[in-house]
Design a protein around this ligand. Structure first.
Ligand SMILES: [Zn+2]
Ligand SMILES: [Zn+2]
Length: 328
């Protein structure tokens, strides 16, 4: 399926800054019409075979005519997302963020921020499972408070004993686990936080202009990661309620976790793939907050040219730059 402009027949897309549908050809707003086609293999606009469709693809750009196509059967039934966080950062804004972040770095290759390579940046909706968990924490400990005072030459140590009892009921809402095997887990963890209050009920129009995937694995398979996170946070919350004692020994502790529900959600990411000297570097920009994840490549030849001119001093600087870059 494809959103077409009623005025000019162009491909209407969702505009993150305007927060509405927009036609890039005649610039009219909210003029879209959904054209549904049953065929998965061909572009709904030009009919050319769609390239790069995997078993999980739900939306993509036609490499032939440049239209953004949404695959009908991947937004229906069990494939349909419950929630979507529409892009709030436009491509232009994502490009600006990259320029701000990397533009001033000495050894960033020239082509890295060139218009022609940045043009290839694509927005992608990454599938997530969001889990709600109820945690019941039952805790008992033996604690002491020790007070030392002085009376004349005598030091008096006064020890008070406490029985510490805690019963916590904690509701965790929307613990995120990314459901894309293509996207590395640690990348998506670094992309956080997303502001989940901006989640909306899924509608096809938000996908127009972007790539998308359905979940790559079932909800049960992602549960363990969400559960571990709920357990860890439960412990932290429990510990934060026990303070001010000199000693504390646990007598009994039980954290029981129950899954309440899981929702399939799509979260926005700008993806910039940059090839440099045979190696691919991938940058991600959070499509809601603009946060950037990625290591900058360094042009060693450029570095060498500088070092040849400036001598020993630049070699030290070069190492520093590499190190700082390495930990980003
Ligand atoms: Zn138009
Ligand atoms: Zn096409």
């Amino acid at each position: 399926m494809i959103f077409k402009c009623k005025n000019c027949g162009g491909n209407s897309v969702y505009h993150p800054e305007k927060k509405r549908m927009w036609c890039p050809h005649c610039e009219s707003e909210d003029s879209e019409e959904l054209i549904e086609t049953e065929v998965m293999e061909n572009c709904s606009n030009c009919g050319a075979p769609l390239e790069g469709v995997t078993e999980h693809t739900s939306a993509l750009k036609c490499t032939h005519c440049g239209s953004y196509i949404i695959l009908k059967e991947r937004v229906e039934g069990k494939n349909r997302a419950d929630l979507i966080l529409p892009f709030a950062v436009s491509k232009e804004q994502a490009v600006e963020k990259l320029k701000e972040e990397f533009g001033k770095r000495l050894f960033t290759p020239d082509s890295f921020l060139s218009y022609s390579t940045l043009e290839l940046m694509e927005g992608s909706y990454v599938p997530f499972w969001l889990y709600d968990y109820r945690s019941d924490v039952d805790y008992e400990g033996r604690a002491t408070k020790v007070r030392v005072s002085r009376s004349g030459n005598t030091e008096i140590t006064e020890t008070s004993h406490y029985r510490v009892v805690r019963k916590l009921k904690i509701d965790f809402e929307r613990i995120p686990v990314d459901a894309s095997t293509r996207m590395e887990d640690d990348i998506m963890d670094l992309m956080e936080p997303y502001e989940y209050q901006a989640l909306l009920n899924f509608e096809e129009k938000y996908m127009s202009g972007f790539d998308g995937e359905i979940y790559n694995f079932e909800e049960e398979e992602g549960e363990e990661r969400a559960k571990q996170r709920a357990a860890r946070d439960s412990e932290q919350l429990l510990n934060s309620t026990i303070s001010g004692y000199s000693t504390n020994t646990t007598v009994h502790k039980n954290v029981s976790l129950r899954k309440e529900k899981a929702s399939f959600a799509l979260l926005p990411v700008w993806v910039y793939r940059y090839n440099f000297r045979g190696k691919e570097y991938i940058y991600h920009v959070n499509g809601q907050t603009g946060k950037i994840i990625g290591k900058t490549p360094t042009d060693k030849r450029k570095g060498f040219l500088y070092s040849a001119t400036l001598g020993a001093l630049i070699m030290v600087l070069c190492q520093c730059v590499n190190w700082i870059v390495g930990v980003l």
